[in-house]
Design a protein around this ligand. Structure first.
Ligand code: NAP
Length: 538
């Protein structure tokens, strides 16, 4: 039912999205005395952890840093069961937080925001949703997630397929029965890997359609007992301080080890030691050269290739699963558990869609150039239109009615991923050109961004100001800095969602700021200390 409203309801801020950032945004802004209306397309909180309920979904950050820091009581009372919890546990945690801090009261669920139009005479946003409601808000907080707009490649004739097609980012709540089924999985990124390793023992047959093989690290996931939890909780304040001061927002950071000066044996032993931690520290807590120096990168690449190959029985299958077209860590490195062993099962087949591309869907499955592969269910683990997708799928219009989608089609622009010139009073989290967009333990960056945004809003109010917008100059300066730092890394050499190259027609550009969470945070703090110098305020 749509409603017709004559004069839109006025609120101080509209928050779009009820994931980690949106929930925290509601909490902080309400605490600052603002009237807040949240909107969420799902029927509950959780964001990523609401939508991605596919089998095997699990976090790759340690639970003790993948959480909120704002409440000592919450830190004390919540018990994580293991180092890398599965989706239901993180979803339960976010629901617990929502209940404890009455966050749901501010959020209208099952409601998708469709448009946000800046009214320059009123200096307010007019926000409308798919229920036909319109609101007027002084501030707009887009916490729509960086990996939330599913990418569903337009495979020819997919509508002919008589079976079920499911995108991992829209997994049905009631679950899926795989027993005896022929299952196709398209995609072998972090998501595909988790799905494949989890359902391989359950399915009748599985065909994996792989385009690019990824480097991986075997996950070490110990269960926590009371003693382990007590030890972690005792360190939580120190950990909170630490995560904001490391390169990637984790509690580990780059080390000064001179790997290249070591003997081959000592180097291998060092790599083995880092690898054995079973976490992303092998990648973003080892040595920075891995992302900057071709020679160092080649050493890591060779090491991981050997680790992968050793686990696969059939050398021809190993040839496909060992990455051959990019360097280690230049795309997101997934953690895995018995992923390669799945391919040693007789009922699991690997199809390289690089060698034999998908031609079309048929009634019975998928036809590649080598023939038809029968499927009852096809899982799209095909990722997301990252960074920009969730923002450009809303019709956002700034000054002079300029659409953000159109503006970004020319080239993405943001000031530190927080605001965009021409879009006053609009704040974003996990948006392009901040580390949050990819190179961060996401909750670290989201909380830092929300804290910065709520401090900024509090400053405006205390100063009797109503509007804030980055100047063109400060935006250009940040973009030039972002591009300069990006070019120093090896990441732009590789195609992935990091570069936007997973989406047809999207201009290739490193989405996330690779200068470090620590550096970024210092720049944000500096801006705040200088009372948002370079921003236009009125
Ligand atoms: P992704 O990394 O973008 O992977 C998508 C996969 O689909 C890739 O293998 C891609 O191949 C393939 N693909 C896309 N279009 C295709 C096409 N037309 N034909 C054939 N294959 C196609 O997406 P994701 O796996 O969902 O992961 C996205 C991000 O979410 C991760 O990088 C990570 O940051 C986050 N995530 C985190 C966790 C965790 O913490 N445990 C788990 C899951 C996801 P190409 O590689 O050749 O493009």
């Amino acid at each position: 039912m749509t409603q017709v409203q004559s004069s839109p309801r006025q609120v101080d801020v509209v928050v779009v999205g009820a994931g980690f950032a949106g929930m925290y945004g509601v909490h902080r802004l309400r605490e600052a005395g603002l009237s807040v209306q949240g909107f969420e397309a799902g029927d509950s909180v959780g964001g990523t952890w609401y939508w991605n309920r596919y089998p095997g979904a699990r976090v790759d950050s340690q639970s003790y840093i993948y959480q909120y820091w704002f409440s000592d009581e919450l830190l004390k009372e919540w018990d994580w069961s293991e180092r890398f919890p599965a989706q239901p546990e993180t979803e339960r945690y976010l629901n617990h937080v929502a209940d404890k801090f009455s966050i749901r009261d501010a959020i209208q669920f099952n409601t998708r925001v469709e448009a946000a139009i800046w009214d320059d005479s009123a200096k307010r946003w007019t926000v409308s949703n798919d229920r036909g409601e319109t609101l007027s808000a002084q501030f707009l907080l887009m916490s729509t997630g960086g990996l939330s707009a599913p990418n569903t490649p337009p495979f020819k004739h997919h509508e002919k397929f008589k079976g079920q097609i499911i995108h991992t980012g829209r997994w049905p709540k009631e679950g899926v029965d795989f027993a005896g089924k022929k299952v196709g999985v398209i995609g072998t990124g972090a998501t595909g890997i988790q799905v494949i390793q989890t359902i391989a023992p359950l399915v009748g047959q599985m065909t994996v359609f792989q385009r690019t093989a990824n480097y991986t690290i075997p996950m070490r996931n110990p269960q926590y007992d009371d003693a382990a939890r007590a030890e972690l909780k005792a360190r939580s304040k120190a950990m909170e301080h630490r995560v904001h001061r490391t390169f990637a927002g984790f509690d580990y950071d780059w080390q000064s080890t001179d790997l290249m000066a070591m003997t081959p044996e000592a180097r291998e032993a060092q790599l083995d030691e880092w690898f054995a931690d079973g976490s992303l520290s092998f990648w973003i807590g080892s040595i920075q050269g891995v992302l900057l120096d071709e020679g160092i990168n080649a050493v890591f690449s060779d090491f991981v290739k050997r680790k992968i190959r050793a686990r696969i029985h059939d050398p021809k299958v190993a040839d496909l699963l060992v990455p051959d077209d990019h360097g280690f860590g230049t795309r997101r490195v997934p953690l895995e558990t018995k992923y390669y062993e799945a391919y040693n099962q007789p009922n699991v087949k690997l199809v390289s869609v690089k060698a034999t591309p998908i031609v079309e869907f048929t009634e019975r499955g998928i036809r590649t150039t080598e023939g038809e592969h029968e499927c009852d269910i096809v899982i799209f683990a095909t990722g997301f239109d990252a960074g920009t997708g969730a923002l450009t799928r809303v019709d956002i219009r700034g000054k002079d009615g300029v659409s953000l989608k159109d503006a970004w089609a020319e080239g993405i622009r943001t000031t530190m991923g927080l605001q965009v010139h021409g879009y006053p009073n609009m704040f974003m989290t996990m948006a392009p050109f901040s580390p949050a967009a990819a190179f961060c333990n996401v909750p670290t960056c989201l909380q830092q961004q929300i804290d910065w945004i709520s401090d900024c809003v509090k400053y405006l109010r205390a100063s009797g100001l109503k509007v804030i917008e980055p100047s063109l100059e400060i935006e250009n300066k940040w973009i030039a800095h972002h591009d300069e730092v990006s070019a120093m890394t090896l990441i732009p050499k590789t195609n992935s969602w990091y570069m936007g190259s997973n989406i047809e027609g999207k201009k290739r550009r490193l989405l996330a700021y690779p200068g470090g969470v620590n550096t970024y945070r210092a720049a944000c703090e500096d801006l705040k200390a200088k009372h948002y110098e370079g921003f236009e305020m009125a």
